[in-house]
Structures are given as structure tokens and as C-alpha cells.
Design a protein around this ligand. Structure first.
Ligand SMILES: [Zn+2]
Ligand SMILES: [Zn+2]
Length: 345
């Protein structure tokens, strides 16, 4: 079979490699991949950001996917051939302190599919049965492929934020995690505004509007006027930073109300800011990372019930045969959540 791999430690450098179909170990399942999404971190691998230096190359990437069980290892009893599944791609070790106290999302020894071992941009992969999650009958397979990023947003909003009915919420960044966060914050009763920058004007902010959100562009300096209009000048109750950009946190500090909450989801790297205004306004600074079993469960229900509108959100225009085009368009903001049909490989 062929899989799309990162082959060199430079920007771009994605090529198809030939690999044998793997055999499942006792506790593993062989999964045929149906659909796989493109995530911000896949774009990070494409551009070969520092966080991915640890990768051994070539590695087939892709970690957000939905597939079908085709074979099970001898000791696997909870899955059978034909079952539809997704993977929780940050595989926790099950043994470290965090895993033992129920904080598997911050496991000390986690390995990530499509980074630390071959991922889902190829027709088959083997997965420990413990890392799989069944897809409910009433969720389409193509939509199930985005349950992983949805679970990241569900964790940020439901577990880690205080958003409730009547809250005024700002989501910074109309990328995939941002627009999922916005939809889930709305399902919790928040009135949500989505902000973006110049390159978001063509696709991502219009997509946010199609999903019925108010939008604001940082580029055209409307932030203050919008804050005035939407919050009577008080500031937003909760601000989610999903930008992954150094300006995300500093903007959040300007936009949040005194006594409000900032939830950091995007990974900024480094930023410089005065933090005494945060202390003096008693801002609650909360981080949210990855997701757990429960976040996946909730996400399937949010997708099934339409709180997360996958039909509008998923972009099916791209093929892995023109992966560079998909990645470059993603990086330029010309798409939000591409999902590839892996059966074409
Ligand atoms: Zn992802
Ligand atoms: Zn662990």
C-alpha cells in the first residue's frame, strides 16, 4: 500500500512511500481508513516546526480519521470486523502518575499517531483496541473523521471553561479548533463572536458567518468597536485563544472583562506581555490540552445532534494526490477542515 509521508526535515517534503499492510498484535486491531482530516499540527509537520524535530523519517502522517475494523488480534473481544471506529490518537501509557489519576490527556509518555508512528494517510493501520472508540450508528463516517478535533474543542469549552447561558464569548482564530470551539460554546448558551486576521477574510471568516456567528477582523481594527457593541464596553466573559500566534494572548487580555476567563488552546510558542494587568483584573487563565474518552463521547453526540454542523464545516475539495495544494491552501487560510477520502489511495 502507499502512504503519504513526511520524508525530509524541511518545509514541504511530503511523498508517497510504499509500505506493507501491517499485521495486528494480540491486543491490536487492523483498521481500514475511510476518511482522514488535515489538522493544524499536520500543517506544522508540513512546515516542519520545531515541535516535530523528534520525528523519525519517513513517517506517514495523519491522526484524525474514521475507519472500519477488518481484523482483530487474538485477545481483542470488544471489536469485530465491520465495526466503524475512530482513534484517540494521543495514546497514553496507562502507567504514569497522570494516567493513574485520570489525567491521561497529559500523560508523561504519550505517543501520537502520525508523529511518533505511522498515521492515517494510508489505507491500513494497526491500533491498540484500547485507543479506539466506536462510531455511533447515526454519525456519518466522513463526519466521524472530525470527532478528534471536536473533542479538543469540547474539552476546552465543557471541561475547562466557565461558559454558560448568557455569557458573551470571543473565540480568537477561525481555524478548525476555533470554529469547533465557537459551535460548542454556543451549544452551552454563550453568545459567540469569532475574530480573525487578514488572511481569514476570504474563507474562514465567511465560513464562521455561514455557521451563523458574528465575526470581527483584527486586521481592520474593528475589535474595540465590536467589544463596545457586543459587551457594552465591559469585555467578553470568556475569551478562547485558538490562534497559535503570539498576539493571541495579548489580544485576549484586551478583550476579556475584569474577572473574566481566558482559555488557551492554541500553542503560541513565545510571547512578551505585561502580566500585572491580568493580576489586577483577577483574570482566570486556563489552559486546555488534547482530550479524553469522555470528550470523544460528547463530541459524537454534539455532531449527531447538529450542535456541531459538520456538513457545513467539512471541506471535501482536496485529494491526497494533490497534498501540497491542500497544505498550502490550509496555511494560507483558504480552507478550514479538509477531509481526504483515503479509499482513493
Ligand atoms: Zn489534530
Ligand atoms: Zn501515562
Amino acid at each position: 500500500m502507499r502512504g503519504l509521508a513526511k520524508v525530509e526535515r524541511t518545509s514541504g517534503a511530503m511523498e508517497f512511500i510504499e509500505r506493507p499492510i501491517p499485521e495486528p498484535d494480540e491486543d491490536e486491531v487492523l483498521v481500514k481508513v475511510d476518511y482522514a482530516g488535515l489538522c493544524g499540527s499536520d500543517a506544522g509537520i508540513y512546515e516542519f516546526e520545531l515541535a516535530f524535530e523528534r520525528m523519525e523519517l519517513p513517517t506517514v502522517i495523519g491522526h484524525e480519521y474514521a475507519g472500519t475494523v477488518v481484523e482483530t488480534g487474538a485477545s481483542v473481544s470488544n471489536y469485530e470486523s465491520g465495526d466503524r471506529v475512530v482513534e484517540r490518537p494521543i495514546r497514553d501509557c496507562g502507567e504514569c502518575y497522570q494516567c493513574r489519576i485520570g489525567e491521561e490527556n497529559v500523560c508523561q509518555d504519550a505517543v501520537i499517531t502520525g508523529v511518533d508512528h505511522h498515521g492515517a494517510y494510508e489505507p491500513y493501520l494497526t491500533v491498540p483496541a484500547d485507543a479506539l472508540h466506536p462510531v455511533p450508528d447515526d454519525v456519518e463516517q466522513q463526519h466521524a473523521a472530525v470527532v478528534e478535533p471536536t473533542s479538543v474543542a469540547a474539552r476546552a469549552v465543557i471541561e475547562n471553561s466557565r461558559v454558560g447561558a448568557g455569557d458573551r464569548v470571543l473565540v480568537e482564530g477561525p481555524g478548525p479548533i476555533g470554529l469547533l470551539t465557537a459551535q460548542i460554546a454556543r451549544s452551552q448558551g454563550g453568545t459567540v463572536t469569532v475574530s480573525g486576521v487578514g488572511k481569514d477574510a476570504d474563507y474562514r471568516l465567511p465560513l464562521a458567518e455561514e455557521l451563523s456567528f458574528e465575526t470581527v477582523s483584527v486586521a481592520t481594527d474593528e475589535m474595540e468597536a465590536r467589544r463596545e457593541k457586543h459587551t457594552d464596553g465591559v469585555g467578553y466573559d470568556v475569551v478562547f485563544d485558538t490562534t497559535g500566534h503570539p498576539s493571541g494572548l495579548t489580544t485576549a487580555v484586551e478583550e476579556v472583562r475584569k474577572g473574566g476567563q481566558i482559555v488557551l488552546v492554541g500553542q503560541t510558542g513565545e510571547t512578551n506581555m505585561l502580566y500585572s494587568p491580568l493580576v489586577r483584573a483577577e483574570i482566570d487563565l486556563q489552559c486546555s490540552y488534547a482530550s479524553m474518552y469522555q470528550d470523544f463521547e460528547r463530541s459524537f453526540r454534539l455532531i449527531r445532534d447538529g450542535a456541531v454542523d459538520c456538513e457545513t464545516f467539512v471541506d471535501t475539495r482536496f485529494s491526497l494526490y494533490e497534498a501540497d495544494e491542500a497544505f498550502e491552501t490550509f496555511i494560507d487560510g483558504g480552507t478550514c477542515k479538509p477531509v481526504f477520502d483515503i479509499s482513493t489511495l
